[in-house]
Design a protein around this ligand. Structure first.
Ligand SMILES: CC(=O)N[C@H]1[C@@H](OP(=O)(O)O)O[C@H](CO)[C@@H](O)[C@@H]1O
Ligand SMILES: [Mg+2]
Length: 549
């Protein structure tokens, strides 16, 4: 069987590539201004069909979102059959297809992919797709569907869904009827799975104070509303920032990224949140979660991804012990260099901790090496993975006391509560609420597990971020040559000082992270390092940001 070239060309011509642009399938798929993404979406449609054919017709997922980025942006990423990110070797194919300038180049690239990955075109293909609430979504979906049509396929349109729901659906569809069956392949199935596990886990616990959710004016809003109806009174939710139809509202002065980066309350919550009350923020596609509270002096306290990892990992370790499975099930944590040093210290004193490069795919794969792998980025993206052998152990374990039996059941219910395909703000939120209920913790006790080191993240615009190369899980620079030694000289002057520099995988900037024992020192260190990076990479003195030292 050969490619239907006439049909492909007919559709190809409807989606011309902006000639001057180059696209890159990066950490978060393709992501940029929605206005230039039409050709990319069309080509991703074709790529998704090829990916499915390559995998014998297993269902591939496609999510159209730009997550926490501004509303005018959009993006697209592919989801592999078990609900995980697209296999890394295919990222390159995605970029090649997106950048082909003429129809001839495009066909050549297609044929090369088909040949090099040994795709049989006669194989069936299945694709399921969804989008977030961005106004650019419908037009991009239409371009994507043209890509499917060009290959003679009608995919399964899931409309507006959160990113983690789409990942969940992909895994459910592909495991249907197998012994690894993950759940019913619908949003209702997702709601039922999560809410019933949650209810079992909090049975007998007092009903908590209402939890405020800042839904970032995105797809998390309608999804949290729906979840609320399934949870009933077991968890009262107050959903705020749910204006999905208000132009310009998405991620604007709200959402998990705003809270994490500004270390402030969304202004829209300031008259609502009472001292001591818990609140959390989702991001624009509801795969990140950040908690926070105000103390009695109205001071803001952040409970970020590191705090979630600490809370959850310690709870799982306790359950494993109580169930009599210590030594059989090993629990480990995976972080990135952005994890607060205090969290790494707290966790390393209790269980194995690994540091990997930024990007969910690295965290996810490293977490798969443990029986139970807890991974979280400081920005609130993360989940817990239970290995197939851990699942078998849990299913086959015969408890010898009632206490063991209770702990075992809690562990089994946790495996249902957690979205094991990808970080999921709503599933993670329920997991946090379970631990808080079991520990009788408010935000204050949770926060006191350890005290965050003051830290600062700075973006540095440089001429060419590709000259920045790192090693040791991005904690040290190997290029530009000599710069790391200069950084080391600065860092060692600060008490508790730690800083690193890496090129962003999602924006055309270099990021600087610094922490130190005291707030002014953390800021000073960050701006000194930013200044060094700017100067050493040929930054123009005339446009040097004034805060750089
Ligand atoms: C410091 C930071 O938060 N970096 C984010 C950001 O990556 P960068 O490569 O730093 O641009 O976006 C990624 C995708 O969402 C996320 O995985 C990562 O944690
Ligand atoms: Mg997101």
């Amino acid at each position: 069987m050969s490619l239907p070239l006439d049909t492909i060309q007919k559709h190809f011509d409807l989606h011309p590539k902006p000639s001057t642009l180059q696209f890159q399938y990066g950490t978060a798929g393709f992501r940029t201004s929605a206005s230039v993404l039409d050709s990319v979406l069309f080509r991703v449609g074709i790529l998704a069909v090829l990916r499915s054919k390559k995998l014998d017709g297993k269902t591939i997922g496609v999510m159209i979102t730009a997550s926490h980025n501004p509303e005018p942006d959009n993006g697209v990423k592919l989801v592999d059959p078990r609900g995980e990110m697209l296999e890394a070797s295919w990222e390159h194919h995605a970029s090649t297809l997106a950048n082909a300038d003429t129809f001839g180049d495009f066909v050549e690239a297609l044929e090369l992919i088909i040949k090099s990955t040994k795709i049989e075109l006669s194989k069936p293909a299945r694709v399921v797709y969804a989008r977030d609430t961005r106004p650019s979504g419908p037009a991009l979906i239409a371009a994507f569907e043209d890509g499917l049509k060009a290959m003679g396929l009608k995919g399964r349109d899931e409309g507006v869904k959160t990113t983690p729901v789409l990942h969940y659906l992909v895994r459910c569809i592909n495991t249907k009827g197998t012994k690894e069956e993950y759940g019913e392949d619908s949003e209702t199935g997702y709601m039922m799975k999560l809410s019933s596990a949650f209810k079992k886990l909090v049975a007998g616990k007092p009903i908590p104070q209402p939890l405020i959710i800042d839904c970032a004016n995105g797809v998390g809003g309608p999804t949290a509303e729906l979840l609320s109806t399934y949870l009933g009174e077991t968890l009262p939710l107050i959903n705020l920032n749910t204006a999905t139809k208000t132009l310009g509202a998405l991620n604007n002065a709200c959402g998990a990224d705003f809270v994490k980066t500004t270390q402030r309350l969304p202004p829209s919550l300031s008259s609502v949140l009472k001292p001591g009350q818990r609140a959390c923020s989702l991001d624009g596609d509801a795969d990140r979660l950040i908690y926070y509270y105000l103390d009695e002096r109205n001071q803001f306290h952040l409970l970020d991804g590191d705090k979630i990892a600490a809370l959850v990992a310690a709870f799982i370790v306790e359950l494993v012990k109580s169930a009599g499975l210590e030594g059989t099930i090993d629990v480990g944590v995976v972080q990135t260099a952005y994890a607060n040093g205090a969290s790494t210290k707290y966790l390393s004193e209790r269980l194995p901790v690994r540091c990997v490069p930024t990007g969910v795919k690295y965290l996810h794969h490293a977490a798969e090496h443990y029986s139970v792998g807890v991974y979280f980025e400081a920005n609130g993206h993360g989940t817990v993975l239970f290995s197939p052998s851990a699942m078998e152990t849990l299913a086959g374990h015969i408890p010898s006391t009632p206490a063991q039996s209770t702990a075992l059941n809690h562990l089994i219910n946790l495996t249902h509560l957690v979205n094991q395909t990808v970080g999921d703000a709503l599933s993670d939120m329920l997991m946090v609420e379970v631990v808080l209920a079991h520990k009788s913790y408010s935000g204050i006790e949770w926060d006191s597990l350890y005290s965050d080191l003051p830290n600062r993240l700075v973006r540095v615009v440089v001429k060419d971020r590709n000259i920045f190369k790192t090693e040791d899980a991005e904690r040290r620079l190997v290029s530009p040559q000599g710069l790391q030694a200069k950084l080391d000289d600065v860092i060692k002057k600060y008490d508790g000082g730690r800083a690193f520099v890496r090129p962003s995988g999602t924006e055309d900037v270099v990021r600087v992270y610094a922490e130190a024992t005291l707030r002014p020192q953390a800021d000073e260190l960050a701006f000194k390092v930013a200044g060094l990076v700017y100067d050493q990479s040929g930054g123009d003195p005339l446009t040097r940001p004034k805060e750089f030292l």
